[in-house]
Structure formats: structure tokens, C-alpha cells
Write a protein that binds this ligand. Structure first.
Ligand code: IMP
Length: 193
């Protein structure tokens, strides 16, 4: 079976990826190919960061590889936290710190539209391909729900009664930004095999 590396060691993401493309290809994590590097994410776009990670592995190990970069973009904050979503409230901050900072920044503001974005960069036979998944929604006024991670308790997808954190994992994985990007990449890969 053809092998492809996912430039991540996040167990939840790996499971989601294997569910989507696992039967047609063997998906290997960074640890599984013996890579323990902490790859610097220094770009100012999701595309840039995803490509840095995927190129790092493809160049070092000469393997087909893909990487993702995600974040929450809030319209009235000019797209913040964006690529800085993981460390919005500062280095070493928690998910809770980030959610508090967003709620404070939007305190009293009625315009609360936001998008969750995932960009996947795939390096396939040496060439880069990009797949972008987006989910429109809004930031609610207080945390709701306890499942998931990150900004899940404050993000409600458009036309949906529940926040990401009130959905069960299967439901979120059906409609999430990451699922959309993965679906596009999976369809691309099916056409290559
Ligand atoms: P990553 O690039 O997928 O590691 O995501 C960077 C940051 O964006 C995470 O640390 C979270 O704060 C946020 N994020 C990305 N995807 C999600 C999601 O599905 N739910 C909630 N937060 C997310």
C-alpha cells in the first residue's frame, strides 16, 4: 500500500485523517517515521505554515507528505486570532485563556461573525497542492458545551443550534473546517491512485 506522512503527532487529527483516507493509503505520523523535530511555524498565513511543515518532512525524508494549519478568524477583529490562534493569549496560554480573551475583545459588540479555517498543504511527487476548508459561524457570548478543544465552546456554525463543543465528535467531524479540507485532499488523492 502506498505510504503518506501526516506531519503531525496529534492523535485526534490522525484518527480523523485515517478515517477519511486510511483504506486507500497508509498514513504515518511524524513519530512513526522517526521524526521528532519541532518544526517552526513562522509564516503569517495558514498556507505558509502548512507548507513549511509539509516541505520539512518531504525534503528531509523524500516522502509524500501533508500538513495542516488551522485557526479561528473573527471579522471585527480583522481576522484575529488567525494564524496565532494557539497562542492568542500569549506563549504557554490555555484554551480557556484564549476563549476569555476573545469574549473580552467582543464584549458589547453585536457583529460576531467568524470563520474556522483549515489549510492542508500536500507535497505529492515533489509538487505542492493546497486544500482550504472553511466553516462560517458566530462567536456566542458565553461558553457552551464541554467536548472538543480550543475555541469549540464559543463557536456556533451558521444555521446550527449547537456550538462545536455541544456536538459529539462524529457530528463535528462531519461538518468541520478540517473535515472539509480533508475531503478535498482525499478526493484529489483518489484521482491520483
Ligand atoms: P492547529 O493548526 O490545527 O494546531 O490549530 C491551531 C489552533 O487553532 C488550536 O490550538 C486551536 O486553538 C485552534 N483550533 C483549530 N482547530 C480547532 C477546532 O476544531 N476547534 C477549536 N479550536 C481549533
Amino acid at each position: 500500500m502506498r505510504k503518506i506522512v501526516f506531519a503531525s503527532n496529534n492523535a485526534h487529527k490522525l484518527q480523523e485523517v485515517r478515517n477519511k483516507i486510511g483504506s486507500s493509503m497508509e498514513v504515518l505520523s511524524m513519530n512513526e517515521i522517526g521524526c521528532f523535530d519541532d518544526i517552526p511555524e513562522t509564516a503569517e498565513t495558514f498556507e505558509g505554515n502548512a507548507e513549511i511543515k509539509a516541505r520539512w518532512i518531504a525534503d528531509k525524508y523524500q516522502l509524500d507528505c501533508f500538513a495542516d494549519d488551522s485557526g479561528l478568524c473573527i471579522d471585527t477583529l480583522n481576522g484575529a486570532p488567525g494564524v496565532y490562534s494557539a497562542r492568542y493569549a500569549g506563549e504557554g496560554c490555555t484554551f480557556s485563556d484564549n476563549n476569555k480573551k476573545v469574549l473580552l475583545a467582543l464584549d458589547g459588540i453585536r457583529e460576531r461573525q467568524a470563520q474556522f479555517v483549515t489549510v492542508i498543504c500536500l507535497i505529492w511527487k515533489g509538487k505542492s497542492y493546497f486544500f482550504r476548508g472553511e466553516v462560517e459561524g458566530e462567536i456566542i457570548e458565553k461558553l457552551e458545551g464541554t467536548s472538543g478543544f480550543g475555541y469549540d465552546p464559543i463557536f456556533k456554525p451558521k444555521g446550527h443550534p449547537l456550538t462545536y463543543a455541544q456536538m459529539d465528535l462524529n457530528e463535528k467531524n462531519q461538518l468541520s473546517h478540517r473535515a472539509k479540507a480533508l475531503q478535498m485532499m482525499s478526493e484529489f488523492l483518489q484521482r491520483q491512485l
